[in-house]
Design a protein around this ligand. Structure first.
Ligand code: CO
Length: 134
């Protein structure tokens, strides 16, 4: 079921500073910032060749990463995203095994225009997991 690691998301309080660390200090190729108001974040994509890092900064009121940054003021790893071939089959398999899906279990369109779901961190080794239909 589990496919490749699509991205690692890092929530940051200062997107400009975090982008500079990846671009200038680490020498990575980074995208321009993209505002995603429907997701409550502004994102910069870092290309690491075998996967991506997504730097996320809150955008607007009620951002889904606001409470994470309140607990982790200097930022931190927010979630991992794995690809799956069939997100409905993956959801049904996980629910049948007792794992909890966040929200109402209906896939939403994620930052890459593909259906995504988030899995409860308490059921996945303390890590928020995103599944994206590849
Ligand atoms: Co993500």
């Amino acid at each position: 079921m589990l496919g490749r690691l699509n991205h690692v998301a890092i929530a940051v309080p200062d997107l400009v500073a975090a982008t500079a660390i990846y671009r200038d200090t680490l020498g990575a190729s980074v995208s321009a910032p993209q505002a995603l108001p429907e997701h409550g974040v502004t994102v910069v994509f870092v290309d690491t060749g075998n996967t991506k890092i997504e730097l996320l900064q809150p955008l607007g009121e009620g951002s889904p990463i606001a409470s994470f940054l309140a607990r982790n003021p200097s930022g931190g790893m927010h979630h991992l995203c794995y690809e799956v071939d069939d997100i409905i089959a993956a959801r049904d398999r996980l629910t049948a095994s007792g794992a909890r899906i966040l929200g109402d279990g209906t896939p939403k369109i994620g930052a890459h225009g593909k259906p995504v779901l988030f899995l409860h961190p308490k059921d996945f080794a303390g890590t928020l997991v995103e599944l994206e239909q590849a």
